[in-house]
Design a protein around this ligand. Structure first.
Ligand SMILES: [Zn+2]
Length: 246
């Protein structure tokens, strides 16, 4: 087996372990971020609903002033009714009183409906606050879990980083560059095994992208320590017989 391909496969194995460890940590922190976004949305909702409560309460206060003004007006009319000297005068004031009473009643309804709305909004605000509190407790737990995972894997990661450094020694620079570039494009899978889909046919494919690999490439891999990349996906190719058993 070629020494370079051998070293590259060890590097590949370390690279994948390293990425898997880092992914575990990143995934935990992504969950924390998602939770923070959820909280931010709830906080916006809480602010919005409080604004609406303030506006609705101000409307209710204004309507209440109007209602009181009308009540005072009705009280005056009632006095006028009591003071009326003639039947004609009495009838005229009474008509006025009845008309204005109906008008005042409308205001009463409006005040009531505005206050009911304020009550409903306050209930909603309380529900949002309760949810916020729950989600904030949850974000604290998730942050702790993420930090715990980070701490737990820190030793493993630094060990793997050291191993990775060590594994690159002896790999020609050009091969290392090819490997690293392929890793960037394929989530750390810088290498791919060549497969022969039909045992009786001399046809070969890259197991990374399933595109055909030429016989020349197979021959080169069999005869020397060649570093050959897949022309389609750029992964470094190796034969099944060259696979490391790690
Ligand atoms: Zn490929």
């Amino acid at each position: 087996m070629g020494a370079t391909l051998d070293a590259l496969q060890r590097l590949q194995s370390i690279e994948l372990q390293l990425r898997s460890a880092r992914d575990q940590i990143e995934s935990k922190f992504r969950t924390v971020d998602a939770q923070r976004r959820k909280i931010a949305t709830l906080q916006r909702q809480a602010t919005d609903i409080r604004d609406t409560i303030r506006r609705t309460q101000a409307d209710a206060d204004k309507l209440e002033l109007e209602r009181k003004a009308r009540e005072a007006h009705l009280a005056k009319l009632r006095e006028a009714l009591n003071r009326s000297k003639t039947n004609k005068e009495y009838a005229a004031v009474l008509t006025q009183l009845n008309t204005d009473k109906a008008d005042a009643l409308k205001f009463e309804d409006q005040v009531l409906s505005a206050l009911t709305k304020v009550d409903d909004l306050k209930k909603q605000a309380a529900e949002i606050d309760a949810r916020l509190q729950k989600e904030q407790t949850r974000v604290a737990e998730l942050e702790q879990a993420a930090r715990d995972t980070e701490q737990k894997l820190a030793g493993q990661i630094s060990a793997l980083e050291a191993q990775r450094e060590e594994a690159t020694e002896g790999i020609p620079l050009e091969a290392l560059r090819l490997f690293e570039r392929a890793c960037e494009h394929h989530d750390g899978e810088g290498m791919a095994m060549i497969e022969q889909p039909h045992p009786k046919r001399a046809e070969y494919i890259c197991s990374g992208c399933y595109m055909a690999v030429t016989l020349e490439s197979i021959n080169a891999l069999q005869s020397r320590d060649a570093v050959i990349t897949c022309p389609n996906c750029s992964r470094i190719l190796y034969l099944e017989s060259q696979a490391l058993t790690v």
